[in-house]
Write a protein that binds this ligand. Structure first.
Ligand code: 4FV
Length: 225
């Protein structure tokens, strides 16, 4: 899978993509990430990429020209263009799994107060929000989306089933409490059932705990299995 990330701060991505699972996935050729600086496509000698909003209002907007040129510089017939914005559909695990099936994603990072609507009308396939809060820049959402999608790419996670076994994936249930060594920590022991090796009892216990957690966090009654 190839992911081209268009932003005004390509240097922002140095850290997250240079460590751990994302680094290994690139080294194994499972994903290819390209960082494209939208300012390279600015048309005027001052390399201007933003301007004031028509009709007034606070702040600046990203101009259409550099954004559209940047998108078209990498776009091909099987590209999917995603604009990260608070005005987008809230990201879900299902959407991450769906996007992981594309061969080429183009992620457009918003900056300032947003972008000229004509970029969206002309080149954007879908708008995605990582949550109902406003960040200082659109690079963080692109990092979150890239990380969440990459986990679904076959071969990225050690054991195959991991991503599809995630919480949220299976019937929207949150994960049950998990324990590892030591068996007792600060006088708190690991639940007996997990030490007994009785798979059915363990699965039932995890199901019950998962439903409790889901009820507690979402207030919703999870569906009976
Ligand atoms: C955002 C979000 C987000 C808005 C102003 C970048 C910022 C600045 N993007 N999900 N939440 N973007 O807050 O996707 O342009």
């Amino acid at each position: 899978m190839r992911i081209d990330i268009l932003s005004l701060f390509p240097e922002y991505f140095q850290g997250p993509f240079a460590v751990s699972i994302l680094k290994r996935a690139q080294e194994q050729g499972l994903i290819e990430i390209n960082l494209i600086d939208i300012r390279r496509f600015a048309e005027d000698k001052h390399k201007r990429v933003d301007d004031r909003p028509y009709g007034g209002g606070p702040g600046m907007l990203m101009m259409p020209g550099p954004c559209v040129k940047a998108i078209r510089s990498v776009k091909s017939k099987n590209s999917r263009v995603v604009y990260l914005t608070p005005q987008g559909k809230t990201l879900t695990a299902g959407k991450c799994e769906e996007l992981s099936e594309h061969t080429h994603l183009i992620l457009l990072c918003g900056h300032y107060e947003g972008i000229d609507q004509r970029v969206i009308d002309l080149e954007v396939d879908e708008e995605i929000s990582i949550g109902s809060y406003v960040l200082t820049n659109g690079c963080l959402p692109a990092i979150v989306l890239t990380d969440a999608i990459t986990r679904f790419v076959p071969g990225v996670l050690g054991h195959k089933e991991a991503a599809s076994k995630d919480s949220f994936q299976e019937e929207g249930l949150l994960e049950a409490p998990q324990y590892t060594r030591p068996e007792e920590f600060e006088k708190i022991a690991v639940p007996e059932v997990l030490l007994g090796g009785h798979h059915k009892k363990i699965a039932d216990w995890r199901r019950k705990k998962s439903e409790e957690k889901t009820r507690q966090v979402t207030g919703q009654q999870p569906l009976p299995n």
